[in-house]
Design a protein around this ligand. Structure first.
Ligand code: NAI
Ligand code: MG
Length: 398
């Protein structure tokens, strides 16, 4: 097997911890990675005024596949104050390197699987008949359009004249907001393009086909947000009809989906949504399978760049513990997504099987799995440390 070159981006806080442990798991499972470190995060903001240096972008552009831990973001004032004194007052403005990565590489497809592991005490349970409890098996994969919608940054408070004029050309705007002073108006635009919407839909259908899911559910709100959600729903019907007739196409509204979240989560397979609703739906489903310690993700561009990362952030309050306590599984799962993408399925299967065995066995649990409040004491009180959890998983790799 040829060695694969992977850019590792540990970032800040627990990003370093979980990424390092994940590399141990990859090694133990026989993955031959050539890891090249990329600088990213708070340290480089403070030192260089740029949390996502050009050299890191060049590395990712060259090697195409990256494993990313997490970064720390802080509000503008704090960011300015922590900037190296030599750089202060020179017009540096902090912006999140995650958003930066998405924009620079147009990582428009975000995939967030939410699958429950048997035996995870954090799994969602609901009341059944009589005094019984049901623990539905959840296997949902959310496809979130990652670059458009309400997160594109096209927004104004007190919109400039041209924009205001354009808004006033819409009868609904005149009717509802025509009497409001322009300086009291804030607008965030929800832009969907046909090309990006088609890409996320096709990615969702392809995945359903490849991994045997029987349905794709569009989770938007086309009955009200007619132009953008409407576009996604129209395109979904066309694409299903022309190319994926064997896969059922379902339609849920985001609000109703959240209401049904706990009623019948086992009925959903692949879910596809725009940026905002995809963000909401993926966090919601992740909550049913154990939360941030289990939520993994991947982001892809049209030209072959792929970044794999846990959904959680840098959890600064746990970053400097002498014995790290955070759950490494979200990062390990993200690495498994990378292995699938690299066609190293035999290795990802081994790792996932090991994780499943450890969770089912129930002897090794990080503090989150024991429903403890995170502190330096949790290991003394019976929780596994990050390293103990990793060791346990490694011990089950065969
Ligand atoms: P966070 O995800 O870092 O932590 C929230 C809480 O979730 C933690 O206090 C901890 O209790 C729990 N948690 C997170 N990861 C865990 C794990 N692996 N195992 C067990 N428990 C875990 O989010 P927070 O506190 O809102 O943000 C901290 C920093 O991270 C901020 O600077 C924020 O901007 C950044 N952030 C970065 C993200 C990324 O790099 N993708 C995503 C979210 C936040
Ligand atoms: Mg989120």
């Amino acid at each position: 097997m040829a060695k694969r070159t992977i850019v590792t981006l540990p970032g800040d806080g627990i990003g370093n911890i979980v990424l390092n442990q994940t590399l141990r798991v990859l090694d133990a499972a026989g993955f031959e990675g050539d890891y090249i470190h990329g600088d990213i995060g708070w340290e480089f903001w403070c030192k260089e005024g740029n949390p996502l240096p050009q050299r890191t972008l060049d590395l990712i552009r060259k090697h195409k596949t990256a494993l990313f831990g997490a970064i720390t973001s802080k509000p503008n004032e704090e960011a300015r104050a922590e900037l190296n004194p030599d750089l202060q007052g020179k017009g540096y403005v902090y912006s999140s390197p995650i958003v930066g990565l998405r924009q620079k590489f147009n990582l428009d497809i975000c995939v967030r699987p939410c699958k429950s592991y048997k035996g995870n005490p954090l799994n969602f349970i609901r009341k059944g008949k009589g005094n019984t409890f049901e623990e539905p098996v959840i296997d949902v994969v959310i496809f979130r359009q990652n670059t458009e919608c309400l997160y594109s940054g096209v927004e104004w408070t007190n919109p400039p004249e041209l924009v205001y004029k354009a808004l006033m050309s819409h009868p609904k705007f005149v009717e509802n907001f025509g009497g409001v002073p322009v300086e009291e108006i804030s607008v965030s635009t929800r832009i969907f393009t046909k090309r990006a919407t088609e890409r996320i839909l096709i990615a969702a259908f392809d995945y359903a086909e490849k991994y045997g899911y029987s349905s794709v559910t569009v989770c938007e709100k086309p009955n009200v947000i007619r132009e953008t959600s409407g576009l996604m729903w129209r395109l979904a019907k066309e694409i299903q009809k022309s190319s994926y007739p064997g896969i059922k196409l379902l339609n849920t509204n985001i609000d109703a989906q959240m209401m049904w979240l706990t009623k019948n989560p086992e009925d959903y397979g692949v879910i596809v949504a725009g940026n905002m609703f995809g963000d909401i739906a993926s966090d919601a489903f992740a909550g049913l399978i154990g939360g941030l310690g289990f939520a993994c993700s991947a982001q892809f561009s049209a030209d072959g760049i792929a970044v794999f990362e846990p959904t959680h952030g840098s959890a600064p309050k746990y970053a400097d513990y002498e014995i790290p306590i955070v759950n490494p599984i979200a990062m390990i799962e993200s690495a498994c997504m990378m292995l699938d993408y690299l066609d190293e399925k035999s290795i990802s299967v081994k790792i996932r099987r090991a994780v499943a065995e450890i969770i089912l066995e129930g002897k090794t649990r990080t503090y989150d799995m024991m429903k403890m409040t995170g502190s330096q004491e949790v290991v003394k009180n019976g929780a596994a440390s990050t390293i103990q959890m990793t060791d346990a998983i490694i011990s089950k790799i065969r």
